[in-house]
Design a protein around this ligand. Structure first.
Ligand code: AMP
Length: 285
């Protein structure tokens, strides 16, 4: 595995693969690699010939300076984990390479997709930061396939829309959420859960389970389902920032659950803000 820190370095390293028509896969990450990231890397390993992973804590997508400062960073460990996962090229750009002095361009997906849910709570700027950095990474690496996680369901939809709207020549693959044995979705932020907060963090998964169960038992009213989920979270003294049932394609609010709905939840547990989601089925068969 090569660790590269410059754009010419990446372009030169990928030239032979591109010339030989070998498929290039890209897995963008912010580091603190865990099994969720590894599942994306495995998918890339299986489906493409040349696996590129990037490690960059993107300042422009953080709405909260404390969250950015507290974001876990351990490059040496990540290099080893990436090597073991069979990554061919690890791209670790310094911030001044991605945002040189005078940088003044932003790529924005506008509309409800970036204004609701995470956009409403963190601000749309969060997604503008994501789409700007993802566009840069796609331009630098020019992969055939880029891999993202369903854990960040709204981000996945925003990136699909970005690629469609700008006719980018890349396939976006969304990989399922990887969880701890007790159901907590893996996240780099979980490492910051202290004491009881690790147990309380299960409130998000429990809320989604309750929503799923209610729909399976025939409840079709989205408000009633969300209420049950909220009550479940309160049992663990966790107050959701939002818990909602939305259309899995465009995140429009769902009032009556028919067919698939995406249940999404966000909550602060102690110092840490967590999100999770699951698709629930309202079909009667
Ligand atoms: P991050 O480093 O948190 O920006 O995540 C990098 C990529 O890994 C994103 O596409 C995430 O959606 C994905 N990811 C993060 N956590 C998980 C998880 N538990 N399961 C699957 N994918 C994940």
């Amino acid at each position: 595995m090569r660790v590269l820190r410059t754009i010419p370095g990446i372009r030169t390293a990928l030239r032979p693969a591109r010339r030989a028509d070998r498929a290039i896969g890209l897995v963008p990450t912010m580091g603190a690699l865990h099994e969720g990231h590894l599942s994306l890397l495995r998918a890339a390993r299986e489906e493409t010939h040349e696996v590129v992973a990037s490690l960059f804590v993107n300042p422009s997508q953080f709405d909260d300076a404390d969250d950015l400062a507290a974001y876990p960073r351990d490059e040496d460990r990540d290099v080893e984990v990436a090597r073991e996962a069979g990554v061919d090229i690890l791209f670790v750009p310094p911030p001044r390479l991605m945002y040189p002095p005078g940088f003044s361009t932003q790529v924005r997906v506008e509309g409800p997709l970036t204004e609701t849910l995470e956009g409403a709570h963190r601000g749309s700027e969060h997604f503008h930061g994501v789409t700007t950095i993802v566009t840069k990474l796609l331009n630098i690496v020019q992969p055939d396939v880029a891999f993202f996680g369903q854990k960040d369901a709204q981000q996945a939809l925003v990136i699909r829309k970005l690629v469609r709207d700008l006719d980018m020549d890349v396939r976006i693959e969304i990989c399922p959420t990887v969880r701890e044995p007790d159901g907590l979705a893996l996240s780099s932020r979980n490492a910051r859960l202290r004491g009881d907060d690790r147990k309380r963090a299960l409130a998000l998964r429990r809320a989604l389970d309750v929503a799923e169960e209610a729909a399976a038992n025939g409840e079709r009213d989205a408000d009633a389902i969300a209420h049950l989920a909220r009550v479940e979270m309160e049992q663990l003294q966790v107050e959701p920032e939002y818990i909602a049932l939305v259309n899995p394609e465009d995140l429009a609010p769902v009032h009556v659950v028919r067919g698939d709905a995406l249940a999404v939840v966000a909550a602060r547990v102690g110092e840490v803000r967590l999100i999770d989601n699951t698709v629930i089925s309202g079909s009667d068969d």
